[in-house]
Structures are given as structure tokens and as C-alpha cells.
Design a protein around this ligand. Structure first.
Ligand code: NAD
Length: 365
């Protein structure tokens, strides 16, 4: 498979293989004109180069829009995150990227802070460390969920919705989904449906977020606790709600289900959760969509500030300021130019990256 090049990247694609472990991985450095690429490691038996390349591009745009001194990159380790030798897999991955200094790894799906600590131990270059060794535990603190709630407030005003009392459905109840539920509920939103990989729960009158968190912690299954009506996971996209937050895997909103979505506002908690065609269908139906590289930038902003040795309070303040300002910026631009919010965000990000590239030679380390 060949990954297409365009005017900004990708600049480097690596396939790593340590057969005796075994450890197999892909790293894509999309663009580093603004600084070293900061991007998560996705651990999944199904992750592949195409997905990693798309995610790496998302990181380039996310960093540029958040005005961080970083470029975009991403890694995928092809493994079960629960593999008994997962520490060895991470340590081997770290040793193999030791000299790839233009890439700073961070957590993504299938990763946890301990894994970042193992990488730090091997190569001393990582973000998303446990607090015991100086990190800002972005998943535990809910950096991305906090950013999504700030984004929701601005986008709701734009869409003529009131966040207080708005009905929210969240796909995925991991780090992002759980924190989004907490922070959105704290702003008065009503969480009516939540799903994980094993099913969904729906309660039109509102679910109790504290109870959901406890059920997930105790059983590992959101649908196990009797909090509401149990539905197959896919039906989450059809429930009656005002705001939909996909916070799980790529391309879950597609041509086949975009027409049935009832929400008026979609905040992309996950990276690349909708196909291009689905985003077009949603726009034609008048659904407002805030793309991933604006809505879910909270985790990246906190990771970048941790790397720059800044405090938790500074990170939260930066997330609030940057995400609110960017949501307003791209929604206003989209409205005034009659374009999709994604196109508005991409054009701003691309312009910043291209400008930085003028100052750099071929390799941007
Ligand atoms: P996670 O591994 O903590 O949680 C993922 C959740 O999605 C789990 O609850 C899992 O059960 C669920 N899930 C998987 N497949 C599903 C399906 N088909 N239907 C419903 N639920 C499903 O991962 P995370 O860190 O929460 O990341 C989720 C998404 O958000 C990813 O796309 C990631 O790239 C993106 N993201 C994460 C962060 C962050 O701060 N962690 C920041 C920006 C973007």
C-alpha cells in the first residue's frame, strides 16, 4: 500500500519489526516544520499504516491550530494491548525509535501511563507520564473531556442550543468518553446514552454519570449496570439527542448511518470518527460538526505543556483558551465563507504549516 503524498507530508513512514519478541509497529511522521512531531501510539491488533498516516495528519493540523511548537506524527503497535508481554513490546518499540528524535511518543488507544513510563525509562523522550515521575496524567485528569466541554459551550451558542439541559450521546466510554461525560454533566448537559465496545445504555430522562463510571470500573461493561435500556452499540447513533460525541474508533459515522443521526451538533472526541462522505451528508442535513483537530485537542495541549514542564493549572487554562478561541474561529469562518468547519480548520492549519516549512530545510528535526 502506498500512502499518498501531498505538499506537506508525510515526510517519513517506518515499519518496525522485532521478530523474536514479536513486536510489529508503524510510525508515520507527517510534518515537523513547526517542531518535533508529538503524537500518540495506538495499540491494536488491527492498526495499519493507512490509519496511522491519517491520524498523523490529524496531529499536524491539531498542533498547528493549537499553536504548539510541534508537528504531527503517530505510531501504531500491532498487538493486543492486554498481551502478557506488553511491557517488553513497548520497551522494544522505544529502543527502535530511539534515534527518531523528531518523534515524541504519547498515549493513544490501548496505551496507559505506565507504558509512557517504560518508554521514558528506555529513551527519555515521551509525553503523558504518570504524575509520580513528573507527568500530567492527561487521561486521569480528563484533559480531552475538559476541552470537549469547552468546545460544546461555544458550539452550542453557535447552533442556537443551550448546553444546560442539552441531551448528549457518547460513543466510547474510555478515557475520552468518561471525561466528556463528567465535564459535560458539570456544565448541566444531560447524558442520555453511552456505549462501549460491548453495547449501549439509553435513558431518555438522563443517566447518572457517577453510577456509569462505577459500573464501568467494576464490570468493565457499560451495559451491565441496569442504568437504562440496553441497546446494541450501533444504535447509539440513532437515539434522540441534541449532541453526539463519538469517542472511540475511526470511521464509525459513515454513509450508512449519517442520515439517521438525530443530533444537531457533533463534537468529534475521537480522531477521524467520520468519513468525508458522512460529514458531507451531515452538513447537507444542517448538522453542525466540530472536527477532531479542534474538539479533541485537549489531550495534545496537555501533553505539549507537560513536555515543556508546565503545571496542571497552566495546561487546563491553555486548553480552555485555545479550544474556545479555535471553535469560535472555525465556526465563524465556516459560516461566513459557506464552507464545512473541517475545511475552515484545515485551511488555517495548512497555512500555518506551509509558512513554517518556508523556514526549514529538507529534514525538520
Ligand atoms: P480508550 O481506549 O481509553 O477508550 C476507547 C473506548 O471506546 C472504550 O470504552 C472502548 O470500549 C470503546 N469502543 C471501542 N470500539 C467501540 C465501538 N465499536 N463502539 C463503542 N465503543 C467502542 O481510548 P481513548 O483514549 O478514550 O480514545 C478514544 C478516541 O479518542 C480515539 O480515537 C483517540 O485517538 C481519541 N483521542 C484521545 C485522546 C486522549 O486524550 N486520550 C485525545 C484526543 C483524541
Amino acid at each position: 500500500m502506498t500512502i499518498p503524498f501531498d505538499d506537506i507530508g508525510p515526510t517519513k513512514i517506518l515499519q518496525l519489526h522485532a521478530p523474536r519478541i514479536p513486536m510489529r509497529a508503524v510510525v508515520v511522521i507527517d510534518n515537523t516544520a513547526r517542531g518535533p512531531a508529538l503524537g500518540g501510539i495506538r495499540v491494536s491488533p488491527r492498526v495499519g499504516v493507512e490509519e496511522v498516516a491519517r491520524l498523523a495528519r490529524t496531529m499536524t493540523f491539531k498542533s498547528a491550530l493549537a499553536d504548539l511548537p510541534h508537528g504531527g506524527g503517530k505510531a501504531g503497535i500491532i498487538a493486543d494491548p492486554r498481551a502478557p508481554n506488553i511491557e517488553l513490546i513497548f520497551r522494544t518499540f522505544a529502543r527502535l525509535i530511539k534515534n527518531l528524535t523528531e518523534y515524541i511518543p504519547a498515549p493513544d488507544m490501548g496505551c496507559h501511563e505506565d507504558a509512557m513510563a517504560w518508554i521514558q525509562d528506555e529513551i527519555g523522550r515521551v509525553a503523558g507520564l504518570p504524575e509520580e515521575i513528573g507527568g500530567l496524567p492527561l487521561d486521569k485528569l480528563g484533559a480531552t473531556g475538559h476541552g470537549l466541554a469547552e468546545c460544546a459551550e461555544v458550539a452550542c451558542a453557535h447552533a442556537g442550543l443551550d448546553l444546560a439541559g442539552a441531551r448528549v450521546a457518547i460513543q466510547g466510554f474510555g478515557s475520552v468518553g468518561k471525561a466528556a461525560a463528567r465535564f459535560l454533566a458539570a456544565k448541566g448537559a444531560m447524558i442520555v446514552a453511552v456505549s462501549d465496545s460491548r453495547g449501549a445504555v439509553y435513558q431518555p430522562g438522563g443517566l447518572d454519570v457517577t453510577q456509569l463510571l462505577a459500573v464501568k470500573k467494576e464490570t468493565g461493561r457499560i451495559a451491565a449496570g441496569g442504568a437504562g435500556q440496553v441497546l446494541p452499540g450501533e444504535e447509539l447513533f440513532q437515539v434522540d439527542c441534541d449532541i453526539l460525541v463519538p469517542a472511540a474508533t475511526p470511521d464509525v459515522i459513515h454513509e450508512g448511518n449519517a442520515g439517521a443521526i438525530k443530533a444537531r451538533l457533533i463534537l468529534q472526541g475521537a480522531n477521524i470518527p467520520a468519513t468525508a462522505r458522512a460529514e458531507q451528508i451531515l452538513a447537507e442535513r444542517g448538522v453542525l460538526l466540530v472536527p477532531d483537530f479542534i474538539a479533541n485537542a485537549g489531550g495534545l495541549i496537555m501533553a505539549a505543556l507537560e513536555y515543556a514542564r508546565r503545571s496542571e493549572a497552566e495546561a487546563f487554562a491553555a486548553i480552555t483558551d485555545k479550544i474556545r478561541a479555535n471553535t469560535r474561529l472555525i465556526l465563524d469562518k465556516a459560516r461566513s465563507e459557506g464552507i464545512l468547519p473541517r475545511a475552515a480548520a484545515e485551511s488555517i492549519a495548512r497555512e500555518r504549516v506551509v509558512k513554517a516549512m518556508r523556514f526549514r530545510e529538507y529534514t525538520y528535526t
